[in-house]
Design a protein around this ligand. Structure first.
Ligand SMILES: Cc1cc2nc3c(=O)[nH]c(=O)nc-3n(C[C@H](O)[C@H](O)[C@H](O)COP(=O)(O)OP(=O)(O)OC[C@H]3O[C@@H](n4cnc5c(N)ncnc54)[C@H](O)[C@@H]3O)c2cc1C
Ligand SMILES: NC(=O)c1ccc[n+]([C@@H]2O[C@H](COP(=O)([O-])OP(=O)(O)OC[C@H]3O[C@@H](n4cnc5c(N)ncnc54)[C@H](O)[C@@H]3O)[C@@H](O)[C@H]2O)c1
Length: 467
C-alpha cells in the first residue's frame, strides 16, 4: 500500500483552543487539523463547561439546606439525574458536532483538511497520523501548533485498573446517581465534583494524600475550605491508597493513615489526582521538541518550542492548565503565525483561577507562603463577608477576602477569596494587578455600589496598612 505524505503550510494538533486559531486571515494557507477525539477538546466536552453547568445545578439543589436560617423552610423534592445530565449534554454535544461540521464541510474551510485520527511525531515537522480504520498518513509542514492538551493521571494503585473507576472524562455521563461516591484526590476536580454530587444527595468520601484540601491555595483558604468540607463530606486526610478491589456492586478502597488501615466502600470511584500533558503520546521528542520533567512542552515567551516554527499552547505546555490561559496563548500563537516579524510575547504575570465548589474560591498572584519563601516584604489584610451588609443579607459566616500588598507602593501581590461568587468578586482585583492600580487609589478613587458584594473587596483594600 502506498504511504501518503502530504505537505501543508500549517498543521494544528488538537481542536480545543487550537481550533480557535483559524480565521479568514488564514484563507490563503493550506492547513491540516488533526484531532483524535471529540471536536472542541476538554473544556467544551469534559471540562469547564459541563462541570460548571452541573455546579450551577448543584448550587440550586443545595439552596434549601441553607435557607432555613433566613426564615424560609424549603426542601428538595427530587433530583432527576437523567434530566440534569441530558440538559447539559443535550446542549454541549450539538456544539461539538457543529464545530466539527464547520471545519470538515463548510466552504469557509475549503483550505483546511481535517484528519480525524491520532498524530505522533516521527521526525522534526513530520507527523504520522493513524486514522480510526488503521490507515496511516504522514503530514509535514513548515509551521506546527501543538495544542494536544492533557489527560487524567491514573495512579499506580494495585487493583485500581480492575474495579472500574471513573475520571472527569466519564463521571458526568453516569447512567444513574450512585448512593455513595469515593473521590481520590484533593484538588480542583475533587472539590468541584464533591460539591456537585453531595448537593444531589450522594454520600461523598474524599481521600486526600496530604493534610489539607486544595493545598496549593493560600494556607488560610485551604484551611477554611478543609474545615467546611469536613463538616459536609467524609474527608480522610493524610491517607495513602494502598489497594482497591470490588465485591459485587461495591468498590472498596483500602487506605493507610494516621489511625492505621481502613477501608472505604462505595458504588462509584472517581480518580482525580491531577492531569498530565499529552506530549508523550505525541512523541514530541521524536519531533526534536523538548519537555520539562513534568512532561510540559518547553516554549519561549512567544509560545515557540525549540524547533523554529513549531508553537505550543494550552495544557500541553502550560503548567496552569486553565482554559483562559490556553485561549490567551492561542491568540498569541495566532498573531505570531500571521506576523512572524512582529511577534508578541504571552502575558503570564497575573493568571487567576477559581474553584467552583462550595463555597467558591478564587485567587490571583502569590500566596503568603510564597511571599515568605521569596523573602518579599508584604502586608496582609482580611475582610470577612460577615462584616459587610451583603454578607449580613446572606447570613454568611465563613467567607473572606485576603489581600497581600507591597507596603511601599501599595501594589497588590496576591488576592485570595473564599465565599459566595468568589469567581466574580475577585475580578476587580485581577484588573488592578494587571493595570498596576495601587490599593488605596483603587479603594478611594471610585464609587463602590452599596450594599453590593464587592464592598468586601473595598473594605479589604482599606484594611491594608501601607507605609
Ligand atoms: C473536569 C475539568 C474541569 C475544568 N474546569 C475548568 C474551569 O472551570 N476553568 C478553567 O479555566 N479550566 C478548567 N479546566 C481546564 C481546561 O479544560 C483546560 O485547561 C483546557 O481545556 C485546555 O485546552 P487545550 O486546548 O490546551 O487542550 P484540550 O482542550 O484538552 O484539547 C486537546 C485536544 O487534542 C486532542 N489530541 C490529544 N492528543 C492528540 C494526538 N496525538 N493527535 C490528535 N489529537 C490529539 C484531544 O483529543 C483534544 O481534543 C478543567 C479541566 C477539567 C478536566
Ligand atoms: N475551576 C477550574 O479552573 C478547574 C476545574 C477542574 C480542573 N481544572 C484543571 O485541571 C487540573 C487537574 O485537576 P485535578 O483536581 O485532577 O488536579 P490538581 O492538581 O488540582 O489536584 C490533584 C490533587 O490530588 C492529590 N493526589 C495526588 N496523588 C494522589 C493520590 N494517589 N491519592 C490521593 N490524592 C492524590 C494531589 O496532592 C493534589 O492535591 C487542575 O490543576 C486545573 O488546572 C481547573
Amino acid at each position: 500500500m502506498i504511504h501518503v505524505v502530504r505537505n501543508f503550510d500549517l498543521v494544528i494538533i488538537g481542536t480545543g483552543s487550537g481550533n480557535s486559531i483559524l480565521d479568514p486571515r488564514f484563507a490563503g494557507w493550506d492547513v491540516a487539523v488533526v484531532e483524535k477525539g471529540t471536536f472542541g477538546g476538554t473544556c467544551l466536552n469534559v471540562g469547564c463547561i459541563p462541570t460548571k453547568m452541573f455546579v450551577h445545578t448543584a448550587d440550586v439543589a443545595a439552596t434549601p439546606a441553607g435557607s432555613s436560617r433566613l426564615g424560609v423552610d424549603e426542601h428538595v423534592d427530587r433530583v432527576r439525574w437523567p434530566d440534569i445530565r441530558d440538559r447539559i449534554f443535550g446542549r454541549i454535544d450539538p456544539i461539538a458536532a457543529g464545530g466539527r461540521e464547520y471545519r470538515v464541510n463548510n466552504a469557509d474551510n475549503k483550505n483546511v483538511t481535517v484528519y480525524e485520527g491520532e498524530g505522533r511525531f516521527t521526525a522534526p515537522k513530520t507527523l504520522l497520523v493513524t486514522l480510526p480504520d488503521g490507515t496511516q498518513e504522514t503530514v509535514t509542514a513548515d509551521k506546527f501548533v501543538l495544542a494536544a492538551g492533557g489527560r487524567p493521571v491514573i495512579p499506580d494503585v494495585p487493583g485500581l485498573a480492575d474495579v472500574g473507576f471513573h475520571t472527569s472524562d466519564t463521571i458526568m455521563r453516569l447512567a444513574e446517581l450512585p448512593r455513595r461516591l469515593t473521590i481520590m484526590g484533593s484538588g480542583f476536580i475533587a472539590a468541584e465534583f464533591a460539591h456537585v454530587f453531595s448537593s444531589f444527595g450522594v454520600e461523598v468520601t474524599v481521600v486526600a494524600r496530604s493534610g489539607a484540601l486544595l493545598r496549593s491555595e493560600d494556607d488560610a483558604v485551604s484551611a477554611r475550605f478543609t474545615e467546611l468540607a469536613s463538616a459536609k463530606w467524609d474527608v480522610r486526610l493524610d491517607r495513602k491508597t494502598v489497594r482497591a478491589d470490588r465485591d459485587g456492586d461495591v468498590i472498596r478502597v483500602h487506605l493507610e493513615g494516621p489511625g492505621g488501615a481502613e477501608t472505604v466502600e462505595s458504588d462509584v470511584l472517581l480518580v482525580a489526582v491531577g492531569r498530565t500533558p499529552n506530549s508523550d503520546l505525541l512523541d514530541v521528542t521524536a519531533g526534536g521538541i523538548t519537555t520539562a520533567p513534568s512532561g510540559h512542552v518547553l516554549v519561549d515567551d512567544y509560545q515557540q518550542t525549540v524547533v523554529d516554527g513549531v508553537y505550543a499552547l494550552g495544557d500541553i505546555s502550560s503548567p496552569y492548565e486553565l482554559k483562559h490561559v490556553a485561549n490567551h496563548e492561542a491568540r498569541i500563537v495566532q498573531h505570531n503565525l500571521l506576523n512572524p516579524n512582529a511577534r508578541r510575547a504571552a502575558d503570564h504575570r497575573f493568571v487567576p483561577h477559581a474553584v467552583f465548589t462550595s463555597p467558591q474560591i478564587a485567587a490571583v498572584g502569590l500566596t503568603e507562603r510564597e511571599l515568605k519563601a521569596a523573602g518579599t516584604r508584604y502586608v496582609s489584610a482580611v475582610q470577612d463577608y460577615a462584616g459587610i451588609a451583603y454578607g449580613w443579607a446572606m447570613e454568611d459566616t465563613t467567607g473572606f477576602v485576603k489581600l497581600l500588598a507591597d507596603p511601599g507602593t501599595g501594589l497588590l501581590l496576591g488576592a485570595h477569596v473564599i465565599g459566595p461568587q468568589a469567581s466574580t468578586v475577585i475580578q476587580p482585583l485581577i484588573q488592578a494587578m494587571s493595570f498596576g492600580l495601587d490599593a488605596h487609589r483603587m479603594a478611594g478613587g471610585q464609587y463602590w455600589i452599596h450594599p453590593g458584594m464587592p464592598e468586601v473587596v473595598e473594605n479589604a483594600l482599606l484594611n491594608l496598612t501601607l507605609d
